[in-house]
Design a protein. Sequence first.
Length: 171
Amino acid sequence: MSILKVIKERRSVRKYKSDAIPDDVLQRVLEAARFSPSGKNLQPWKFILVHDEFLKKRLVDASVTQTFIAEAPVVVVACGFPDQCYSRMGNYMKSWAVDVAIAFEHLVLQAQEEGLGTCWIGAFEEKDVKSILNVPEGVKVLALTPLGYPDENPMPRGRKSLEDIVSYNSY
Ligand SMILES: Cc1cc2nc3c(=O)[nH]c(=O)nc-3n(C[C@H](O)[C@H](O)[C@H](O)COP(=O)(O)O)c2cc1C
């Protein structure tokens, strides 16, 4: 599939089948994250795959009770390393959140290519997620996503027009 088709056909999926994900499919989804670019190639990330039903339910509680998260066979939790990243991005910020976000989106797009659904979850309580998954101090949790076969076909959400978001030669 062309990359633009994958990008345009991706949706946030909020209803999942419980069907297992074949291992070769899961490996390709993770490879997409692994090959992501990052500031100074420091790769300041780790992805926790949560299969355990009890832990998935606890992650739902830590994510404002978004129950669909636990429907999927796997929940991916993206973590970043603020102390091991490019620290002068734009000469004003650390790169870890950008690095992890790019890698996570690679994962999301490969999932789409494989017929899997995802949904970026940003509404979560970080301290609770860290406690549930034994994430060490100094490591940040950026996002979660359920990963599984969609049990719905969501309508596309609108986007701003190119005219609204692009300018040429000046802001
Ligand atoms: C940073 C970020 C955080 C998000 N958090 C949530 C969330 O907690 N729960 C949810 O259902 N969707 C969440 N979304 C999904 C957005 O609502 C969704 O991407 C947007 O409405 C566009 O819809 P689409 O992904 O189907 O194109 C999040 C998306 C992003 C990028």
